[in-house]
Design a protein around this ligand. Structure first.
Ligand code: NAD
Length: 476
């Protein structure tokens, strides 16, 4: 049964309050295109209040010892785990992914914050051997200051939790601008965490994105920016951050290559990849998309993949029989359809399944006969679209895989140590999974190269992004 849906308030200076902007936005259930509620947005004055709150919250939170920061965050994580059903239910209604995926996302977000909470106790500096007698040289790691974070709608909990967990564990305060399309699940997560935090340490805003980012990044209070989303918006925020000399971490999506060598087991590889690819209807920055398969097995691989993908049941994510939900919004359906049409016009062949009527559904689509410069090989599909191309040599597969502006995740299926070594050295990606698909875990860095952005989230590198380094040379 569905949890009653209500668009959330904003969290400013420890108080939940209604947005006072003149504009509001409809929140739409993508499974049936019905409006769930209206989201009220933050006004300029409310953004200014949040900035003051972030400064005050930072002054308090930075002085809370790391052991206690860890304990308080862990209380919030426990509350998230107790509320998984509620949060997941809201997420499925506003985003479309299946309830099973929504539960898994909430559990993953809790794991991420738990890992950062523990890591708070290990933000070690170091002692450098002194040059002078009666002196010491120390390197301190200190919180960078109030953070402005921007997270998207595809994995609203996980992608927010990477920023919230890292910032708070490091001792920073954070203003999160969640995605306006999926506000209630993020607000429910934030409510779980904020209960044990000082006012202003964690604040949540929804607004007109361009107004919010311009006001936050221009403020001298904000010391660090973190964004996950599209390349054009990332480029814009990087320019804004450069103008105000703000540190920024950017995770801007991907178009992940998959190299399947002749020694890979076809059935196991197809089963693994179909599950991973169509999670969240393919709307994942790390989703495998461009498949390069050794020509010796390419025909059998394609037949098995098309058959397995067409067995997926598409429908409302609230139904337990559903394997794949709708796309998150109407503009994604139009964008995916347009990309497929342009690629077919350029000579690709489409193997498509069925899609239900009503809601924002797109059929699973496998494109063959693709060439490296076709639209679908250069533009991120961000939907249930896969391309399959046969290769003759591993050198050729790597060259094609690197012929992309993106470089986030990559996948390799082979037992050959020589192949693994070559792909590890030469594939232009930030994360590589070999004979598996787990490219993102809380304890390891996740980030991209080329247009996929810069900087890492998760792992000690993710924590480092919220710390600054201070050298102290002390003489007696
Ligand atoms: P978009 O570029 O319109 O918006 C992406 C996100 O950025 C949204 O949450 C939006 O609220 C925010 N945003 C937009 N303008 C902003 C601004 N000026 N300041 C601050 N935030 C701003 O893209 P979209 O239509 O939502 O998604 C399309 C593309 O975005 C996808 O095809 C995909 O490539 C990319 N995307 C990537 C990720 C990721 O995980 N890296 C997530 C979502 C979307």
């Amino acid at each position: 049964m569905s949890t009653p849906y209500r668009a959330p308030d904003l969290l400013i200076q420890g108080q939940w309050c209604a947005g006072q902007h003149t504009q509001s936005l409809p929140i739409v259930n993508p499974a049936n295109a019905a409006t769930l509620d209206q989201l009220r947005l933050a006004s300029t004055a409310q953004i200014a209040q949040a900035l003051q709150g972030a400064q005050a919250g930072f002054e308090v939170w930075r002085k809370v010892p790391a052991f206690e920061r860890c304990a308080r965050l862990e209380k919030g994580v426990a509350r998230m785990r107790q509320n998984i059903e509620h949060i997941a239910n809201l997420l499925t209604q506003e985003q479309g992914k299946t309830l099973a995926e929504a539960r898994a996302e909430c559990a993953m977000a809790a794991d991420l914050i738990k890992w950062y909470a523990e890591e708070a106790r290990r933000t070690y500096g170091r002692i450098v051997p002194a040059r002078l007698p009666n002196s010491s040289m120390q390197v301190h790691k200190l919180p960078v200051g109030p953070v402005a974070a921007f997270s998207p709608w595809n994995f609203p909990l996980v992608l927010s939790s990477r920023k919230i967990g890292g910032a708070l564990a490091a001792g920073c305060s954070i203003i999160l601008k969640g995605a306006e399309e999926t506000p209630a699940s993020v607000a429910a997560m934030v409510a779980c965490l904020a209960e044990d935090l000082p006012a202003g340490a964690l604040q949540l805003l929804y607004g007109v994105p361009s107004e919010l980012s311009e006001q936050l990044i221009a403020s001298p209070i904000i010391r660090k920016v973190s964004f996950t989303g599209s390349v054009p918006v990332g480029r814009h925020l990087a320019q804004l951050s450069a103008r105000h000399l703000k540190r920024i971490t950017l995770e801007l999506g991907g178009h992940a290559p998959v190299i399947v060598c002749a020694d890979a087991d076809i059935d196991t590889t197809v089963t693994t990849l179909v599950t991973h690819k169509f999670r969240n209807a393919g709307q994942a920055c790390l989703a495998p998309t461009r498949f390069y398969v050794d020509q010796a097995i390419a025909g059998d691989f394609k037949d098995a993949f098309v058959a397995a993908s067409q067995r997926l049941v598409l429908g409302d994510g609230m139904q337990s029989s559903t394997n794949m939900g709708p796309l998150a919004n109407a503009r994604r359906v139009a964008a995916v359809r347009d990309l497929i049409d342009r690629s077919v016009q350029a000579g690709a062949q489409a193997h498509q399944g069925q899609a239900p009527e009503g809601g924002f559904f797109a059929p699973v689509t496998v494109l063959t006969g693709v060439t490296p410069d076709m639209p679908v090989m250069q533009e991120e599909p961000f939907g249930p679209v896969v391309t399959i191309a046969p290769f003759e040599t591993l050198n050729q597969a790597i060259q094609w895989a690197n012929h992309s502006p993106y470089g986030l995740a990559g996948y390799l299926f082979t037992d050959s140590a020589r192949n693994i070594h070559q792909v590890t050295q030469e594939l232009e990606v930030g994360s590589l999974a070999v004979n598996g698909v787990a490219v993102s875990v809380p304890e390891a860095p996740f980030g991209g190269v080329k247009d996929s952005g810069y900087g890492s989230e998760s792992g000690i590198e993710g924590m480092e992004a919220f710390l600054e380094t201070k050298f102290v040379h002390q003489c007696v």
